[in-house]
Design a protein around this ligand. Sequence first.
Ligand SMILES: Nc1ncnc2c1ncn2[C@@H]1O[C@H](COP(=O)(O)OP(=O)(O)OP(=O)(O)O)[C@@H](O)[C@H]1O
Ligand SMILES: [Mg+2]
Length: 315
Amino acid sequence: MSHTEFGQPLLTFPEADKSPLSIRAKALVFVDPRSRQLRAEMEALAPRSLPVLIKGETGTGKELLARHIHRESDRAGLFVSVNCGAISPTYADAELFGYSAGSHSGSASSRAGWFGSANGGTLYLDEIGDLPLPIQQKLLAALENHEVTRVGAQQPSPVDVRLVAATSIDLAQAVAAGKFNERLFHYLSEGRLELPALRERPGDILSLAEYFVGIYSARLNLPVSFISESAQQVLERHSWPGNTRELENIIHFALLVSSGEEILPEHLNLPSAPEPLADIERQIDALFSEGSGSALQGLKALLERSALRLAQQAG
Ligand SMILES: Nc1ncnc2c1ncn2[C@@H]1O[C@H](COP(=O)(O)OP(=O)(O)OP(=O)(O)O)[C@@H](O)[C@H]1O
Ligand SMILES: [Mg+2]
């Protein structure tokens, strides 16, 4: 457990990941009231073996949340992460459910497939909406019957898999459009978690930024640096279309260019803080009362800055 400057317990470092397939074991930084609510929902769902559907924009932390669900369950098996968009439709069946020896040319040995590898553990299916419809049906059957038939096998084998699926699209709409299996949708909807975009939980921004400063300072062997107040304002004003992943990349970059010194707005690869409106109005008044020939030039520059500011606010 570590503490932030806000005096609240912030990070609970998980035990070493159960899964050798895992790429990282990261803390879940959830400070904003919306995130705290989500953590409570996650903790209530995790120990039950219910399927979970996580909805969220790209980079919001869906996979990290899924890993924490697995850690907080008592499932002893592996956490197996599969991106459905990356599975070739031709081999989706064999990749997910495995194949038995001799089932197709060149397959001298059998393979368990992702589903079998997650036996006793958790199967994380990212962008489940990308799964071909026939595979969705086979997936539902495997989950409901607790058995899976490998490609080319005569008999099904028993499996016990907990499914955590993620989507960035609205699956109810996909069902209405005939692109997603309705029964699989209802099966998944037993446990639903909605990960808000980072701009919808602004209370997380600075805590996440500090967390990433800590991680990347250690990784880059730099002294832990601090984020200046003006840089904090820039971070808080940005709209984060790439969500937490974008914030992580921005901090990593800032540490590289600041070489461990205090992080300033110019180290952040983001539009810097816009000029306050009151300052712009004061300058316009000054130009008009001056009434000189250069006033028009000054006015032009001011209007350009105001337009830029409006564009930044809109973006
Ligand atoms: N609450 C958080 N605390 C700490 N790190 C986080 C948090 N949320 C996200 N991250 C980090 O941000 C990065 C993106 O998270 P993740 O890969 O889980 O997002 P995702 O929603 O699965 O993205 P995509 O939609 O692109 O698959 C990762 O490095 C992750 O560890
Ligand atoms: Mg992901």
